[in-house]
Each structure stands twice: as C-alpha cells, then as structure tokens.
Ligand binder design. Sequence first.
Ligand code: G4P
Length: 527
Amino acid sequence: MALIDEITKRRTFAIISHPDAGKTTLTEKLLLFGGAIHVAGAVKSNKIKKGATSDFMEIERQRGISVATSVMGFDYRNVKINILDTPGHEDFAEDTYRTLTAVDSVIIVIDGAKGVETQTRKLMNVCRMRNTPVMVFINKLDRPCKDPFDLLDEVERELKIKVRPLAFPISSGETFRGVYNIYEHNLSLFTSDERQTADASTVEFDDISSPELDKYITPRFAAQLRENLELVEGVYDPFDRDAYLRGEVAPVFFGSAVNNFGVRELLECFIRIAPSPRPSTTETRTVMPDEPKMTGFVFKIHANMDPNHRDRIAFLKICSGTFERNKNYLHVRSGKQLKFSSPTAFMAEKKSVIDFAFPGDIVGLHDTGTFKIGDTFTEGEKLKFTGIPSFSPELFRYIENADPMKFKQLAKGIDQLMDEGVAQLFTSSLNGRKIIGTVGALQFEVIQYRLEHEYGASCRWEPISIHKACWIESDNAEQLADFKRRKHANMAVDKHGRDVFLADTSYALALAQENFKDIRFHFTSEF
Ligand code: G4P
C-alpha cells in the first residue's frame, strides 16, 4: 500500500477524562467494536484501583501491566485506529500531557451528572495549546444528568471551546429513552435490558415531525425532542468540519458507555471526521507525514519497576515516512546511528515485533537508559520536534542526599529520572539547593523508591513553600536583571540553565506579572 494510503487510513487519538467519568469503559467498548478484544473487562487492568492511592507500588505494578495497553491499535472499517492510553491516576497527569503531544485528536468523556471537572479542564488547556481537534462524549445518561443545554453551556464556558451537538438525548436516568443522532438522522432507542450488548436498536428518522416518533418515545418526549432539536438548530452553527479540525468547535455526543449506548455513533462519526496524521513542527521546518524519509520523536519513556527487568520502553511517534526494523536511524541528540531489531507495536492486549510502521503509529523501542523525552530520530536530517514541553509543576520539595557516600549515585539517578520525565529539577539561585517539582504527590515516593532500588542512593525530602514555577524571559535586559535581583530568593534555574521564577503564592505571581510588564511568564518549558 502506498504511504499516502497508510496515512489516510490512520486515526491516532487519546481519550481523556476526569477519573471515573468513563474513559476506561469507553475505550473498552471501542475495542469491542474493533474486535480487538472479545470480553468486557480486558482493559480494566490499567485502572488504578480505588483505595490503592497511597500504595504507589501497587499503582506502579498496575502501570507496568498498562504498558501493554499504552497504545491500543485496531482496524475498524478499514481504518487503522490507534488509541493512546493515558494514566487514570491524576498524579500521573504529566504523562497524560505528554501523550497528548503525540495524538492527532482527542475524545473527552464527561460525566453527565457531574459536568466538567478539574482534570478535564487542565487536559483541555493542553489540547488548546496545540489546537488539537476534540470531540466530547457526555456519558452516564442512564443516570439522572444535568440538563443537556446546561451541559453544553458548561462545556463551552469551562473548556473554552464552541460546541456543536451531533446527537441529543431524550431525558436521562430512569426515564432515559435514547439519543437522536443529528449527524445520521436516526433515533437510537435505549432499553435498560440491553446492558453490555453490541448494538442498540436504531430507527431511521429523517423527519422528526412524523407522528411515528410519538410511538417510540411517547408523545411527551417526542414533543420535547422536537423542541430541543429546533433549539439546537437555532442556537448552534451548522457543524463545520474545518472548524473542528482547527480545534475551534467540538462536536458533542451523548450516551452511556457501560451500556454500549451511543458508542457506535461516536465511532462512526469519529472515523469520518477525525484527522489522519497531521504535519508536525520542528525548530527548523514543518514535517509533512507523506515525506518519504522517516522522522519521529520519543514522547514517553516507561521504566520497568520489576528489578529483574530493569529496561525501559521508549515510545516513538512516527511523524513521516516508513519506519523499518533493523534500519539505521540518526538519534539526533547524540549524533549516533541506531537500529532496532525488535521494535514493537501494540495491539489491544498484546505486543508484537513489527517490520514497518507508518505516520500516526507508535513504536515501542527497547531502551537501556539512552533516550530522553523529546528525542528525535531521522534518516540523517538534524531535526528537533517542538511541542513536547514540560509543564509547570505544582508540588515542590527540596531533595537532600541522605547518604554522603552515595553522592554520585544520587546525581545519576536524579538525572535519569528527570530524562524520563518523572519530575523536574530546579536549582535554587539563593542557596544552590536542588528542588524537585512534580504534578502529583505520589511522584516523591516513586522517586525515593526508585533512587534506592535502581541507583542505590537514598534521599530525604524537605518542605518548601512554592505555589508555581514559571519560566521567565524578556527583551528588556535591564528589567530582567532588576527582577532577578529583587526576587533573588525566589529564583532558580532548570536543567538547561534557564531562569525560573518560583512564586510563593498566586498573589505574588500576579503582583510580579503586574509590576514587571516586560517580562513574559511561561507555564510550559517551550515558548
Ligand atoms: P475512568 O476510566 O474514567 O476512571 O472511568 P471508568 O470507565 O472506570 O468508569 C468509572 C465508573 O463508572 C465504573 O464503575 C463504570 O462502570 C461506571 N460507568 C461507566 N460508564 C457508565 C455509564 O454509562 N453509566 C453508568 N451508570 N456507569 C458508568 P465502578 O463501579 O467504579 O467500576 P466497576 O465496578 O463498574 O468496574
């Protein structure tokens, strides 16, 4: 098959949600449709069990299992679908942020009773940075939900994106009758005894004014649906695929993932409108997926916590050309030629060695500690992909060496863990002490444990009160120097020696932004 055909048939995306909204369930139902799995429950292993939140070893063990489900590939109607899984635990949000740099689109799952929740908001901010096209699936309609129009307004307001419903629910909870699919002009009827079945009964309804509708969903609900659809057409612009592809408007679907209701409609629409691999930006030029030469970047490194298998897997996203097994590629950062004898692809539950991979595909590379997040592979060109930033961490602690004999081991361990993207390291300008910043409290335990078990080093944490770290820069050298002098106690440098302002409070940050107008404060490391 020609490269262009391989590209056009691929859809690489992630499903994101606030924990418990139904991401795992939806993923599983999509895999069932694709025939990639045959039993419900197969994807559950990736879900961090409730109650395990303080036991990070358990979480790591489950994360270990989840390597296999990190990427779930399957074919559906001749479309190659790659779902990139994201950790269910919010302490691993940075992992999710990075995964979002490797997808071409996103499906956001929202719990219809709870509406937009914190984690969804944060993840949407990352999508917005990259203009990633997003689709919204409002889930759990079988439970009493908020009013659909209120939900749509909430999504627009909270996620700061225009919406366009492509389906509309008929009631919710006990009286949930089904969904009218605006995109396909049909009615999917919900009967609560169809739990877990493959498909709902669907009736074609081009003309919803037909009295036939009353028979299916009672005259009361029929009248309400007609009114709601009229309102939809009156309030929202017609669906514009280009606006969706630009990340300006999110089509919205309603359903119940656990009942497999509304999932097929979502998938059908998804394969039709979601983008195939998009061009990728580098520091020097834009790489088009159909360029003949292979390029790709590492967006995630997964370390194995099992002491018997200490190796890591680096996840390479192919951006252009054809990736081939045993072919030499330039590892741009080191300048070395490397080839891979057993690159792996991920299909639902299993991993397999592949000979070829195409743009949009994710390849697992065996790594003994050489790779870093953001590393680029090419056929010789010195490219560096952009758009794989570190995000401003939210929790901070001083890291201290607890064993003076193991100074070197500690330094090496910290260095490697930072390359893996476990956390970020800052060095205080005031006292030269090392500060670790993370997005989740669990990371501190993970770091301490791994330093001890993998590097033979031991560390101690000491509290530091920081609200936010932001990278600063300015064209006004004088003002920058003045700022750094005045804020000396709150200044640090990151791993690359760049200036970072560690604001004590949100007030201090706002004040700094107000008083130093020529300084730009950045919340991601790439600007
Ligand atoms: P997550 O990955 O986003 O964290 O959520 P997950 O799919 O695990 O779903 C969270 C809970 O919500 C699960 O229940 C799941 O069964 C339930 N759920 C998902 N979709 C629907 C839906 O459409 N309707 C209803 N009523 N519930 C839904 P749990 O009790 O936490 O787990 P389990 O024991 O059912 O596996």
